[in-house]
Design a protein around this ligand. Structure first.
Ligand code: BTN
Length: 329
């Protein structure tokens, strides 16, 4: 069997400390359980501290967690998550380029429907339309699900709306703040973006092979970089308090799975209708839409049953918007 990676061993160290949270665990015991010299253990404790895990070192006696860490270890997720397909495999990383890349590797290696790639930090997080996604360490929630839906490629756009509906519901219930959805993939609070969805599909002409559904949630950022601040915010900045990332992740995964099952049974209508109920952008909003070929303006006129946005142009024509960036005009 191959050696566990450093990420797996750090997960195991957190789990050992968490399992013994009320007592001081000796360095000798931790090192023995992890099968490493004490000098390596010290380095790993420092790594955990650098990501915000508060580990108390008591000279001569050992280590103790100062408080339960909000780290998304597979063990912590599994312990809380209902038994379903989403999260059936969990791949957790402290630092990764992008969970989309990791999920693509997993999917190519045959990962099952519902496999989850989750990271504390991304160095090359990406958004829609070639943008990057700011992925500050342990402040946000960054994950990608591998799905193997039995859908035709033409039905894939609704997957972005499905994830948005689940996300908006959970974020508003958890924070008490009203969430808005901006077609196709933005979750907004007080007019600014607090979460986004990126869907990447691999398909044959008639059949989807797999879909990667990536979600980024600005949960506990205490600041937003200046260049993003006009457009983006975090739940913490809006609500004035911080949130358990673990609780949020669990709630989002469970809501996504429950909507997914309903959507499989009842069809896309359930998602499209719910999207229109939540979104102030779906109907009667004056917007401009920018895509590779230019900018068009008009008033939104609902969504098609497949989740395509309808835009009533000033000359009275109604246009189907298949992609692009929607902004208020
Ligand atoms: C967008 O709003 O443009 C989509 C943002 C999607 C960000 C998430 S974070 C987890 C996953 N990994 C990535 O690199 N991107 C998605």
């Amino acid at each position: 069997m191959s050696e566990p990676t450093l990420d797996r061993r750090l997960d195991r160290l957190i789990d050992l400390l968490a399992e013994n949270a009320t007592v001081v665990v000796s360095g000798t015991r931790l090192a023995a359980e992890l099968r490493v010299p004490q000098s390596t253990l010290w380095g790993w404790i420092d790594r955990l501290r650098s990501i915000g895990v508060e580990v108390r070192g008591l000279p001569g006696s050992g280590y103790q967690l100062a408080k339960m860490p909000d780290v998304l270890t597979p063990q912590a997720i599994r312990h809380r998550l209902h038994r379903g397909q989403f999260g059936c495999r969990i791949h957790h990383h402290y630092k990764i380029d992008s969970t989309m890349n990791e999920a693509a590797r997993l999917a190519a290696a045959g990962a099952p429907h519902g496999a989850l790639a989750v990271a504390e930090e991304q160095t090359a997080g990406r958004g829609r339309l070639g943008r990057s996604w700011f992925s500050e360490r342990t402040a946000g929630i960054y994950f990608t699900l591998v799905l193997r839906p039995s859908l035709s490629p033409a039905a894939a756009p609704v997957l972005t709306l499905w994830a948005g509906v689940a996300l908006a519901e959970v974020l508003s219930e958890t924070s008490g703040l009203p969430m808005d959805l901006r077609w196709p993939n933005d979750v907004l609070v007080n007019g600014k973006k607090c979460a986004g969805i990126l869907v990447e599909m691999t398909a044959e002409p008639e059949k989807i092979s797999h879909v990667l559904v990536g979600l980024g949630i600005n949960a506990n950022h205490s600041e937003i970089p200046r260049e993003l601040a006009a457009e983006a915010t975090s739940l913490r900045l809006e609500a004035g308090r911080s949130f358990s990332r673990l609780e949020l992740l669990i709630a989002v995964l469970e809501r996504m799975e429950s909507y997914y099952n309903r959507f499989q049974e009842q069809g896309a209508g359930i998602v499209v209708r719910r999207f229109c109920e939540i979104s102030s952008y779906a109907q009667g909003k004056r917007v401009k839409v920018t895509d590779g070929s230019g900018v068009v303006s008009g008033v939104t006129a609902g969504l098609t049953p497949e989740g395509v946005l309808l835009l009533r142009r000033d000359d009275g024509r109604t246009e189907k918007i298949l992609s692009g960036q929607v902004r208020p005009e």
